[in-house]
Design a protein around this ligand. Structure first.
Ligand SMILES: *[C@@H]1O[C@H](CO)[C@@H](O)[C@H](O)[C@H]1NC(C)=O
Ligand SMILES: *[C@@H]1O[C@H](CO)[C@@H](O)[C@H](O)[C@H]1NC(C)=O
Length: 431
């Protein structure tokens, strides 16, 4: 199934959606409760009236996923998710009625992006995200310039609406935008993104998957705030507001060889690449797949304290991790999770030959089959796939009948997958 062009993305997107869905379920369903769930409601029916108050109440160096549900309303506030507060999930129920807007033109954040290239735009950040991990669902973020300062960390935006003038999605985070609408109010080719990757080694970039780009007049997709600026649009609709040249070099031709501006399978009148700047790229299927896989695993794979519930009736695998070579820094790591199921399931099967999945300190109900892992009828992967378990418990965690090619990790082997250094995204397990 993993070999045809069409089947790769849906699988990855499906993975994202499952997680997104998981967040919604957990946020709203009393059966699966978050350790910390708070409600922000302007009308005073929740614990807080302002989004920032809810974020401020999260302890520093937070390790508990914290779900902040924002009730409908227009929140006229400048929201900051600080660096020392990871695992915050902000969710509206409906993009059209949960709005974070900021229209003050005061000097709120002195950003070097503002060089008045496009007239005197107001500096106004509606949302500043510096936390190592943060997720946003169904939020509408509106401001003029620098709407979303996606400063640093790994972030995930799903079903959001983001509107602004120039450089309105900027910063040096590694972020995936899935099914978001990006709306430019620029009158003359204002850049949507100003991604700030400064070195080739940095693992950052903005990845737009299945999004929609619209505008009132004309806009470009991005310009390089940093010399290694990386922005990719995949499967995205582009209206005629997108300038045929597509990308802008901010009058720095030296960046032509260092930036990475890619497009893959975009559609709509603004997506025609025949007049695009020569230093932007049309991605191959393989490149796009690698980018999405890597971006998604970087942003999403360190799942902590999640409840995985399998509804498989025929021994379905929970994971199908797609690591293709021993050099890929990818994998799915589950720490302190809980696995249940209605019938029987396995923990994973190798979508890629070097598939890597580790469960540590995870409860496994009897739904997990004794052999635990499935080789997808490819015994050749026994020597390459890395399927590990560490200190798991519960009736499904017994390893005496486990597939021999899966492994029980020693303390030493498990450590890299559990350390907070890795969990908080500052470093990554090297292959
Ligand atoms: C979202 O909110 C708008 C405006 O309040 C409403 O018209 C629409 O039906 C809502 N959509 C959903 C899916 O609830
Ligand atoms: C793209 O634009 C070129 C030149 O304007 C045109 O010849 C071509 O048919 C267009 N391609 C698509 C797919 O619309």
């Amino acid at each position: 199934m993993a070999t045809t062009q069409g089947s790769l993305f849906p699988m990855i997107i499906f993975f994202i959606q499952v997680i997104a869905f998981c967040s919604f379920i957990n946020g709203s369903n009393a059966r699966l409760t978050w350790k910390r769930k708070v409600v922000v409601d302007q009308s005073g029916e929740g614990q807080y009236r302002k989004i920032q108050e809810a974020i401020d109440a999260v302890p520093k160096n937070n390790l508990e996923p914290t779900f902040i549900l924002i009730k409908p309303g227009t929140y006229k506030e400048k929201v900051t998710v600080p660096e020392d507060k990871p695992f915050i999930i902000l969710s509206g129920r409906n993009t059209s009625n949960t709005i974070v807007a900021w229209d003050d033109s005061g000097d709120i954040y002195t950003s070097p992006t503002i060089s008045n290239t496009y007239g005197k735009g107001a500096k106004a950040v509606a949302l500043r995200v510096s936390s190592e991990r943060a997720e946003f669902y169904a939020c509408k973020i509106i401001s003029y310039q620098d709407t979303l300062l996606d400063e640093r960390g790994s972030h995930f935006y799903s079903n959001c609406y983001i509107e602004g003038g120039t450089d309105f999605i900027c910063g040096n985070a590694a972020s995936v935008f899935q099914k978001c609408t990006i709306h430019s109010v620029s009158n003359h080719n204002g850049a949507i993104t100003a991604q700030r990757r400064t070195k080739a080694e940095e693992n950052t970039g903005f990845y737009f998957v299945d999004c929609k780009v619209t505008g009132v007049k004309s806009c470009t997709l991005g310009r390089p705030w940093g010399p290694y600026s990386r922005v990719v649009f995949i499967g995205t609709y582009m209206s005629s507001a997108v300038n045929p040249h597509g990308w802008d070099d901010w009058e720095k031709p030296t960046t032509h060889s260092s930036v990475h501006y890619g497009e893959y399978k975009c559609y709509g009148p603004g997506s025609n690449r025949s007049k695009r700047v020569g230093w932007s790229q049309s991605l191959s299927n393989q490149e796009a797949t690698n980018i999405v896989t890597n971006a998604v695993t970087t942003v999403k794979s360190r799942i902590k304290q999640c409840h995985l519930h399998s509804t498989s009736k025929d021994n379905g695998a929970i994971t199908a991790q797609h690591r293709m070579s021993a050099k890929d820094n990818t994998g799915f790591y589950f720490v302190g999770c809980k696995i249940t199921g209605i019938k029987k399931c396995t923990l994973g099967r190798p979508w890629g030959p070097f598939s890597r999945v580790v469960f540590s300190q995870t409860y496994m109900s009897s739904a997990v089959l004794p052999h635990g892992w499935d080789d997808w009828g490819k015994p050749s992967t026994h020597g390459t796939a890395y399927f590990g378990e560490y200190m798991c418990y519960g009736p499904g965690a017994e390893r005496t009948s486990r597939a021999k090619w899966s492994r029980t990790l020693s303390n030493e082997e498990a450590l890299p997958y559990m350390s907070m250094k890795m969990m908080d995204g500052r470093s990554w397990v090297m292959a």
